[in-house]
Design a protein around this ligand. Sequence first.
Ligand SMILES: Nc1nc2c(ncn2[C@@H]2O[C@H](COP(=O)(O)OP(=O)(O)OP(=O)(O)O)[C@@H](O)[C@H]2O)c(=O)[nH]1
Ligand SMILES: [Mg+2]
Length: 277
Amino acid sequence: MDDNFFEELEELLISADIGVNTTDELVTELRRQIKENRLSDPEDVRECLRNLISGILATNAEGLRLADKGPTIFLVVGVNGVGKTTTIAKLAYRYKSQGKKVLLAAGDTFRAAAIDQLQIWADRAGVDLIKHHAGADPAAVVFDAVRAARARNVDFLIIDTAGRLHNKTNLMEEIAKVKRVISREVENGPHEVLLILDATTGQNGVSQARSFMDSSGVTGIVLTKLDGTAKGGIVISLSRELKIPVKLLGVGEKMDDLEDFSSREFAAALFPEEGGE
Ligand SMILES: Nc1nc2c(ncn2[C@@H]2O[C@H](COP(=O)(O)OP(=O)(O)OP(=O)(O)O)[C@@H](O)[C@H]2O)c(=O)[nH]1
Ligand SMILES: [Mg+2]
């Protein structure tokens, strides 16, 4: 294990979007363990690295939080185009397939097309949608949706919101208001505030996560577009720096392209058993 080895490793980690600080820490710890355990086989070193990474992630590995009684409510947030609406369709499809009663809410009232898009997904998944007209107050849509969820006795209410840049204070305040409406109406609600992050945006996801944490108390991350070349190493920075658990992975554009996050599998995918580097 010469300096060259560690340099290549650093490059690999950074190209997987693990971030400079986290990479430094990982490599330092890896060097320590290599010395301590006198590792010389590259496969042992890779295994050591996989363990380090899944160790960082494991503390955060949890499923989605559900309501003890009454509807479970998920609020879905994120910047533009990351896959919020698609993820909602996937969740609706998943729960509907399990025989659950699902209701969606068109909280993205910014564009008429956004409401239509969600309606198409709702029809495809065979679930109902609460919607107002374009330009309506998202908080009003959500208020109605929460009432409807209770009246109709649904198992899940999943709320779409408009994409918003995380540095736009007024838009972040709007999300906070939507969340307050839910909290007021439902004990322990929303049960999850899911931040959708696009794996291809790399380390920028950390600052997105910070802003959404501040405004809407994100409780879980969904990392999308992992079916491309992006490795999604950003989740390691998120776990380490912000302690936000990753809950789900988006691996395609279809309704069944949704996977539960497993730290072990994720670490293994970053550093496959053989070849790779
Ligand atoms: N390859 C791939 N594409 C995805 C995935 N998730 C979403 N997409 C695509 O990303 C694009 C944007 O998805 P949307 O669900 O509309 O994203 P959004 O966050 O709701 O967008 P806005 O409402 O405009 O902010 C669409 O073309 C989706 O098909 C994924 O996991 N993999
Ligand atoms: Mg959308």
